[in-house]
Every structure is written in C-alpha cells, then in structure tokens.
Design a protein around this ligand. Structure first.
Ligand code: FE2
Length: 386
C-alpha cells in the first residue's frame, strides 16, 4: 500500500454501510461547460479528445439566448454552452470564471424526490423540478447548488427515448474524428477555498448522503513549496466520486490557490476520464495536440517496481514507454493504476483533464501527488504564479 494512503477512513466495501439511500444515483448524466465560443470548443473536443457530435440546440431549434453542443464518447456526455446575448447569466459566468464546468448532472430514478430530499437537508435550489417533453417522451430535471457557482442537476430520463434532452436535435456532422478510447467519468474533483474543505465534506454527507472514504492531509500532500488537503467523497454505490481539495499553507502559492485566484472562486478542478488502454489513448491524444504535464525525473520511473510492490508481476506495460509518454503509475492494496494529467485546457490555469486506467487499484494516485505537484509547480514557475 502506498505510504500516503495510510489514513483510509473507510474501505470501499464499507461505503454501502455508511452512505444514505435517500439519494440513489445511477451515474453521471452529463457535464455542462459554460464557454466563450461553444462552436470552437466543440471542434477542439472532437479533434483533440475524440468526442463525437451528438446533439445541438440553438437559434435553429428555437433558442434565442444561448447555444449548446452535446458531444459524446462512450458513456461520457459533454455539453458546451455559450450565451448569444450580452445580458445572459451564462455570459456573466464566463466573464467571471473563464471557460469552466457549470453543471455536473447526475442520472437519477426520481428527480423530484432527489430535489426534495436534498433541499430539505439544506441544499440551495438552482432549478425546481421541471418537466420537459417532446415526441420522444419526457425528462424531469431539478438542480441544486454545490461549491461556488457549480450546480448538480438531477436528470430523470426513464420516460424518454430521445438522444439527449427535449429541445435538442440530433447533430449530424461531416467531420467525425475517431474516438481516442475514453469510456466514462471516473471522478470529478472540486477545489474549494481556505478552510472550506470540511464544510463541503459535511455538505456532501448531510445533503447528498455521501461518505468520506479517503483523506489526505497537508503532511502527505506537499512539496518543497506548497501543500493541499483532499478528501474523497463517494455515493453509496461508488459510481460517483468527488474528491474535494483545499489549499494548505506552503512556502509558495499552491496550484489550488492559483486555481481559486484565476477561477475567482471554488469550482471543478479536473475531470478524470477512464480508458482501457492508456498507452494507446495518450499516444493518440498527443498526436492530436493535447498537451500533458511533462514527466517527473528519471528517479520516479526507476522506483516504479518498488512502488508496485506485490503487484509488480501483474504490470504488463513497458516502463520506458510509460516514461516516454509521461504516464504515472501508482498502486494500492487492490492493484495498480496508470494516470496522466493534461495542462489546463483553457488560458486561465484552471480546469484540466486526467486520463486514468485502473488495474484493480481504487485510489486516486496518492503516491503520485508529490511528483505531479512538482511537475505543476514547474509550470506555475513559468507562468510566474508560484
Ligand atoms: Fe484525479
């Protein structure tokens, strides 16, 4: 087991015991970004990340104030939304935060009940239960605010047979770059302000019925310059995992502080997306221009067999190839995982992506945190924000 995962508070198998069942979640439904230019962002996510055109809503479908492009890759749905008028709250959001995640939508059996149970427990409503219909049936959606201006939308689609949501039309495009093998969202990480992590841990426990099953403090996650604290929240069936970070005092500005400064508040820090073949996926992403954090020093790769411990013989990947692609490796008692982090995908140093392949491991790469943060700090130093 990795050094850094010693204070595991709950084993994964115990999540079911600790979590509440008033909010059964079936999975992630979609992630909606508010962006400055959805048409161009959609082209980027298709070309660079291998997403497919899926659905569209805008002037042509009767909307007057915004446009949304829906992209799909296996189970992952991204929605990119841009305002069409200057007085739009979407435009205000982009003005304040830059491009970023506005809505993390959760697939539920009963959106009304999800909204009632969570608002009853103290959630601030974003949208009351709303029924939308078209010729394919009906969808019920309801939303609550989480940290910052970020929203959880509950989506009930059991009576709907359409492609995405009522109001959207199928988006047919002549430009269809192939998938890069991304499968589903493994976890989504939020950055919250100084001293706010436990407030949000409590919020996820009390309002959403989640449990805190992994915790890392600043003694575990620190470099020469900076530190952070992180707690991983999970729902009862383990399908939804939201680690929450807060900055901790260090000699210099941590990446969490940098995020909070540039996003101008709490928000989604990264989306971790799963692949079954990280070598192929990352090779393809790099060929398409996706930029990743540079690799840690040679010593990191020399230590991989030691880090893998009992899982050493299980690993099939060639370490020199992982090093060439700057893929990181970590292990826990259940297996190992391979992961890599992109540079921020917008000009503000805020949101980025993680590509992850789990080979049994259930952790989040804690053994890589130090190497990862040192790599981020070298990037921060270039930006003059360390
Ligand atoms: Fe992650």
């Amino acid at each position: 087991m990795s050094e850094n995962v010693k204070n595991v508070e709950y084993g994964l198998e115990k999540i079911f015991e600790g979590a509440q069942d008033f909010l059964p979640l079936l999975g992630t439904d979609y992630v909606e970004f508010y962006v400055g230019n959805a048409k161009q962002a959609a082209h980027f996510y298709k070309t660079a990340f291998g997403f497919q055109s899926h659905a569209y809503a805008g002037l042509e479908t009767g909307l007057k104030d915004r446009v949304s492009y829906v992209l799909k890759q296996d189970k992952i749905r991204l929605v990119l939304t841009t305002a069409l008028t200057s007085d739009s709250p979407i435009g205000e959001h982009v003005k304040k935060h830059g491009d970023g995640v506005k809505i993390v939508a959760l697939w539920v059996e009963d959106a009304r009940k999800s909204w009632e149970e969570t608002t009853k427990r103290g959630a601030k409503s974003y949208m009351e239960p709303t029924v939308e219909t078209d010729e394919h049936g009906e969808v019920v959606r309801a939303g609550i605010y989480t940290y910052g201006e970020t929203v959880h939308m509950f989506v009930e689609r059991k009576n709907y047979k359409g492609d995405f949501l009522p109001g959207f039309q199928k988006w047919e495009s002549d430009y269809n770059p192939s998938s890069v093998g991304l499968k589903f969202i493994d976890h989504m990480v939020g950055n919250v302000g100084w001293g706010e992590m436990n407030t949000w841990v409590k919020w996820y426990e009390e309002v959403m019925g989640f449990v805190n099953f992994l915790s890392f403090d600043d003694k575990q996650i620190h470099t020469e310059y900076s530190a952070l604290m992180s707690k991983v929240m999970s729902n009862g069936n383990g399908r939804i995992k939201f680690p929450i970070n807060e900055p901790a005092k260090g000699n210099k500005r941590s990446q969490i502080e940098e995020y909070l400064d540039f996003y101008e508040g709490p928000g989604v820090q990264h989306l971790a997306v799963a692949t079954n073949d990280i070598i192929q996926t990352v090779t393809e992403l790099k060929a398409r221009g996706v930029e990743f954090l540079p690799p840690p020093p040679q010593a990191y790769y020399d230590e991989i067999p030691e880090r893998l411990g009992v899982h050493r013989d299980m690993m099939k990947e060639d370490i020199s190839l992982l090093q060439k692609l700057s893929i990181l490796v970590d292990a826990d008692e259940d297996g190992y995982l391979l992961q890599i982090f992109t540079k921020p995908v917008e000009d503000r140093p805020t949101l980025f992506f993680e590509i992850i392949q789990r080979m049994g491991a259930k952790g989040f790469g804690a053994g890589n945190f130090k190497a990862l943060f040192e790599s981020i700090e070298r990037e921060q130093a270039k930006r003059g924000t360390l």
